[in-house]
Design a protein around this ligand. Structure first.
Ligand SMILES: Nc1ncnc2c1ncn2[C@@H]1O[C@H](COP(=O)(O)OP(=O)(O)OP(=O)(O)O)[C@@H](O)[C@H]1O
Length: 278
């Protein structure tokens, strides 16, 4: 039997899929006029036209701290339009849904539930400078354990840029992460040195003729140049609620040996922090 554990983060995602998964925006043309059918939206042109006025005000920072009330009969598309607005502001815009009935059935005070919903709907961008290893995968070699069933696997990962090529030793966790992300030779990847997180940047242009057919999502990128290791600015988008969850499930200790750039995550926390699992 396979046991699947879902974190709170996964559950939020599942909430987003479902009744409104077809909504990808407000379905407007370049002159901000609503198209009859676009981005999952059908009809409701007057309401969508009104919604885009709010979206423009949000983008110009003219409606900060205010709220908009959409009124209408049940099932007429208020939530759909709100989601369309969130998507057209930016794909990373957090969107939180809360039904009135849910509020009464929750095992927490209504004030807390409302506060949580608001904090789920407020996102912050955290800029962080991290050390990454970025290159095109030349080869992934995984050693078979000598004894059948032995748990720990080892292997080697060869990465290259246009100027250099290096072989890295792989531990069991990295092998698992590479397998999970289906990383294969020809992929251009970035590995965060601190967390070991792998990001697939795309497939190298030099390997564009490997297959006759590609999926529509296949993105081609140039093989990186220069050093394999570089400092990069990465931007994480998290909601205030996610920060609350991290703060409540972890113990932070001050560690003088950890050097963290001023504009990093710890900038928000105010100190140089290292994270210990509770
Ligand atoms: N203009 C539209 N185009 C495409 N789908 C829509 C549109 N309007 C509503 N829908 C879909 O119809 C369903 C019902 O709409 P929605 O839940 O947004 O209504 P609502 O007004 O928020 O309802 P309630 O008042 O009960 O919360 C959803 O699946 C929504 O995605």
């Amino acid at each position: 039997m396979v046991e699947v554990k879902l974190s709170e983060h996964d559950l939020t995602r599942i909430e987003h899929i479902g009744a409104h998964s077809h909504i990808r925006g407000l379905g407007l043309d370049s002159a901000l006029e609503p198209r009859a059918v676009s981005e999952g939206m059908v009809g409701q042109t007057t309401a969508r036209k009104a919604a885009v006025v709010i979206v423009q005000m949000v983008k110009e920072g003219k409606i900060a701290g205010r709220a908009v009330l959409l009124a209408g009969q049940p099932g007429t598309g208020k939530t759909a339009i709100a989601m369309g607005m969130a998507k057209s502001i930016g794909l990373e815009t957090p969107f939180a849904m809360l039904a009135g009935s849910e509020l009464f059935s929750l095992e927490m005070s209504k004030t807390e539930a409302l506060m949580q919903a608001f904090r789920k709907a407020i996102g912050v961008r955290i800029k962080e400078e991290t050390e990454v290893i970025e290159g095109e995968v030349v080869e992934i070699q995984i050693d078979r354990p000598a004894v059948a069933g032995a748990a720990s696997k080892t292997g080697k990962l060869t990465l290259k840029t246009t100027e250099m090529e290096t072989v890295y030793d792989l531990g069991a966790k990295m092998i698992e992460a590479l397998g999970k992300d289906k990383v294969q030779s020809g992929d251009v990847i970035a590995i965060d040195k601190a967390s070991g997180k792998i990001t697939k940047l795309g497939r190298s242009f030099s390997r564009s003729r490997d297959y006759d057919a590609m999926g529509p999502q296949t993105k081609f990128v140039q093989c990186p140049d220069g050093e394999l290791q570089k400092r990069k600015e990465v931007v994480h988008c998290v909601t205030l609620h996610e920060i609350d969850v991290i703060n409540s499930s972890c113990v932070f200790t001050v560690d003088a040996s950890v050097e963290v750039p001023a504009n990093s995550w710890s900038g928000i926390q105010g100190d140089n922090l290292s994270l210990l699992e509770a």
